[in-house]
Design a protein around this ligand. Structure first.
Ligand code: G
Ligand code: G
Ligand code: MN
Ligand code: NA
Length: 251
């Protein structure tokens, strides 16, 4: 059981840390970006997955300061890598619905980009279908503003949220991320394979890029390559790792 006070303390005591997972171009086999994933390094307990504490943070509103800390530290880290001469890559940050729906969300992004000096072309946001359909008019306005400054938007966990396809015709998103529930065991499940294939087609028909998550085997990778999936992410290449460990993927 995680208590709200412990989580508040975690933020104050610097117990939160970002891990990074490479995103790979399936044709070139090169790392083109990374997803930033939050971890809580809890004293005497080790790393705790966000699945265990993000829901509590969302319920209590702590996701607002935590989300700002995440954005800031990821922008600082990516800027540092670029300044040190590594090939610049886009870093993707997960954004909770409650965070995205704040009235000053766009202004907060601008402030963080200004303060950290990160070029917006090297930042991407991952939001879910459920988030974007909460207030469609507002979402369209924010997405247009983000696109204008160069921040990229991906729809995360695509195919698992509560939404229709309707929003896709009006919203300027750049990519879809196929949820890993459609990728795992693709080699022995035709229904999952059919869904993954169809999401790739849908993305390309809409001029969007498509990333498959949770790629763990050579067979899954081959299947995705054959079906023209643009990018892959998963344990087959690397699990999420610390910033220090990630540097080997930047070379
Ligand atoms: O990395 P892991 O599989 O443990 O992540 C579990 C879940 O937590 C995923 O759904 C992921 O999107 C979410 N998550 C990871 N990092 C962050 C973060 O920085 N902010 C938010 N809002 N969610 C995150
Ligand atoms: O919801 P979101 O897509 O942000 O979640 C990403 C989560 O998926 C992270 O918690 C990350 O640790 C996890 N993940 C990344 N690659 C793999 C993989 O190949 N297999 C499994 N099972 N989980 C993965
Ligand atoms: Mn994600
Ligand atoms: Na996902």
């Amino acid at each position: 059981l995680i208590l709200i006070n412990e989580l508040r303390q975690a933020l104050e005591n610097n117990e939160l840390i970002m891990f990074y997972q490479p995103i790979i171009d399936t044709v070139k086999g090169q790392v083109v970006g990374m997803e930033a994933l939050l971890r809580w390094n809890k004293p005497e307990q080790g790393f705790i997955s966000p699945d265990k504490f993000i829901p509590l943070a969302e319920e209590t509103g702590l996701i607002i300061p935590i989300g700002e800390w995440v954005l800031k530290s990821v922008c600082i880290q990516n800027k540092r890598w670029i300044d040190r001469g590594y090939n610049a890559k886009r870093v993707f940050v997960n954004i909770s619905a409650r965070q995205f729906q704040q009235k000053d969300f766009f202004e907060k992004i601008i402030t963080i980009l200004n303060e950290t000096g990160l070029d917006p072309n090297y930042l991407g946001l991952e939001i879910t279908e459920t988030t974007v359909v909460q207030d469609i008019k507002y979402t369209i306005e924010i997405l247009n503003k983000l696109k204008d400054i160069g921040v990229s938007i991906s729809i995360d966990d695509f195919g698992t949220g509560y939404s229709s396809f309707n929003y896709l015709k009006d919203m300027k998103v750049d990519g879809l991320k196929i949820d890993r529930s459609f990728i795992g065991e693709t080699n022995n499940n035709c229904r999952k394979r059919a869904i993954a294939k169809t999401i790739i087609l849908l993305a390309h028909q809409l001029n969007l890029t498509v990333t498959a998550e949770g790629v763990e085997t050579k067979e899954q990778l081959e299947f995705l390559k054959e079906n023209d999936c643009d990018y892959v992410q998963g344990y087959y290449y690397s699990k999420p790792i610390s910033a220090d460990e990630f540097e080997k993927f930047l070379d």
